[in-house]
Design a binder for this molecule. Structure first.
Ligand code: ARG
Length: 243
């Protein structure tokens, strides 16, 4: 009899916890799966969300004893979703910036990146970042590239994905795309008519974002990152995803 009562009350707890971010059994991670090799749609089924960040998130969830749930959304709505309690963590190649730190907490940095400029291969009008001033530049909406192009005084065309920004360039509608280097080289692979230019941009550091009051999750993420760095699995992931 005792057993039955325990079983019943357990299933009630399990039920009442369903679909809520307060559910102790799930780690709900928000991403924008248009950023290869960090997060993109692919895999065996062709419709899985996979990538470097997703593998890191898997390990973070596993170490915390939770089931990983990945929610794909627009990049510029991730912080809103986090602060509305719809997701527990952002894993989206998100650069740690002082502006974002006003509204979210970041894990330790886990990847160093930089912006690059993509142009048509036969275009020679941009050789330093200041050449972006007054040029038509396509970016991903809400990205650091978006902020930088705006600051540099470009005519900014912002899209929901880097892919669309590159399309705009391919179609001759803009002079350049400003985007993170790894995804940029992924997006222009097999497009010999486009060229990537590295310039003197400051390094950026990606971090996982969590709600400001969630110090416990920050600590858990950092512990997993440290362990993965010391046991070599972080390097294995780098070798798997970064070409
Ligand atoms: N690192 C850049 C930023 O934080 C771009 C990130 C875009 N990420 C994505 N999953 N689409 O703004």
């Amino acid at each position: 009899m005792k057993k039955t009562i325990a079983a019943v009350s357990f299933s009630l707890i399990a039920l009442s916890g369903c679909n809520q971010t307060t559910d102790k059994q799930q780690l709900i991670v928000g991403t924008n799966a248009t950023f290869p090799p960090f997060e993109y749609v692919g895999g065996a089924s062709g419709s899985d969300i996979i990538g470097f960040d997703i593998d890191l998130a898997k390990q973070i969830a596993a170490d915390a004893g939770k089931e990983l749930v990945v929610k794909d959304m627009k990049f510029d709505s991730l912080i809103v979703a986090l602060n509305a309690g719809k997701i527990d963590m952002i894993a989206a190649g998100m650069t740690i910036t002082p502006e974002r730190q006003k509204s979210v907490a970041f894990s330790a940095p886990y990847y160093e990146a930089t912006q690059v400029v993509i142009t048509q291969a036969d275009y020679h009008g941009i050789s330093t970042s200041t050449d972006l001033t007054g040029k038509k530049v396509a970016v991903q909406l809400g990205s650091t590239g978006d902020g930088m192009a705006t600051e540099l005084g470009s005519h900014v065309a912002a899209f929901n994905t880097g892919f669309e920004a590159v399309m705009e360039l391919s179609n001759g509608k803009v002079d350049a795309v400003l985007f993170d280097s790894q995804p940029a080289s992924n997006l222009i692979a097999k497009k010999p008519q486009l060229q990537l230019h590295t310039m003197e941009f400051e390094p950026e550091y990606y971090g996982f974002a969590v709600a400001k009051d969630n110090a416990e999750l920050v600590a858990q993420i950092n512990t997993t990152l440290q362990t993965m760095q010391s046991n070599g699995s972080y390097t294995t992931l780098l070798n798997t995803y970064m070409k």
